[in-house]
Ligand binder design. Structure first.
Ligand code: PMP
Length: 316
């Protein structure tokens, strides 16, 4: 992958091997619209924090990623509850109720005039105190929404994306608060995804601290063998809401889904692989390092079913 950063900060990406995928990135601080911040809407470009914000220096920050489909935010309250749970794990108190944050997410997409969008609520410790201890800080909350049709190139998605084995592993639950969707946990994801993109892959697959298969850098992972679906037990990484939805969808279709520990050598025994996430939705995988998979009926039908379900065109 090549990234050419021109002086006006518009980036053109060209991903080789998958055909050319051109994308113009408009900097995220220079857009039109409104961002909900601590209870009020502020013009997009004014939604700023001070450089001595605790969350920026010490990673005291949790966030969510959700999608709006045809005017409805899919699983809004479960996402909001997870935001509160992540904050609680990091000993941060969100000065709003779940109902207030739900309403603020809805108000944000309405103010932006979106029918389909990605929503990013974020909660972080502010600049009231600077240092490792942060007992005096307040928790600040913001919600932004933008149009983000597909996490991966849609052309490539159906054929299956290629994952590279990640250079970092998911830490143990006593090494980091692994159950939280905490910003600090993404440091190793960004480095792993960068390594993958530099090598021409779409993403990286991370093992856990025991050497078991864990997940991609921002999505959970599933495999298929002889019509049975296997997915790693989420005991040191996020049990994604999409993961849970896809398990329910597959079971409602009569498929067996086994949550189990998967050793990397077992990848040779699987015929299909796909990843799941609010941003990634259901994305088939064609390759992980030396292992190859063919996006088959199961991956593609779950991809279609998920797409119908989130748009309210299919009921579980
Ligand atoms: N794992 C990681 C590391 C993620 O960032 C995400 C995306 N939030 C997921 C898994 C999938 O979670 P969800 O399906 O709830 O979006």
């Amino acid at each position: 992958m090549r990234a050419n950063l021109s002086k006006d900060y518009h980036c053109t990406f060209s991903i080789e091997r998958f055909g050319t995928f051109l994308m113009t990135l408009i900097p995220f601080d220079d857009r039109d619209g409104w961002i909900w911040m601590n209870g009020d809407f502020v013009p997009w470009r004014d939604a700023k924090v001070h450089v001595l914000t605790h969350g920026l220096h010490y990673g005291s920050c949790v966030f969510e990623g959700e999608r709006l489909y045809n005017g409805e935010i899919f699983k809004l309250t479960p996402h909001t509850k997870r935001l509160f749970r992540s904050a609680e794990i990091l000993e941060m108190e969100i000065p709003f109720t779940v109902e207030e944050i739900d309403a603020a997410c809805k108000a944000t997409v309405a103010k932006m005039g979106f029918e389909n969008a990605y929503i990013r609520p974020v909660a972080f410790r502010g600049p009231e105190q600077m240092g490792v201890a942060a007992q005096q800080t307040r928790t600040h909350v913001a919600i932004a929404a933008w149009e983000w049709p597909s996490y991966f190139d849609p052309e490539v998605k159906r054929k299956g994306i290629r994952l590279m084995p990640a250079p970092y592993i998911r830490p143990a639950p006593n090494m980091a608060p692994t159950e939280a969707k905490a910003a600090g946990l993404y440091m190793i994801c960004t480095l792993s995804k960068h390594a993958a993109e530099r090598a021409g892959y779409a993403d990286a697959m991370m093992l856990d601290y025991r050497g078991y298969v864990a997940e991609a850098t921002g999505a959970n992972i599933f495999f298929v063998r002889d019509g049975v679906i296997y997915t790693p037990t989420p005991d040191c990484f996020l049990n994604g809401l999409t993961r849970q939805t896809v398990i329910d969808l597959a079971r409602s279709r009569g498929f067996t889904v086994e949550e189990t520990h998967i050793r990397p050598e077992e990848l040779a025994t699987f015929s299909e692989c796909f990843i799941t996430g609010s941003a990634a939705e259901v994305t088939p995988v064609s390759e992980i390092g030396a292992y190859h998979f063919t996006p088959g009926n199961l991956s593609l039908s779950l991809m279609e079913d998920y797409s119908l379900l989130v748009r309210g065109e299919l009921k579980l």
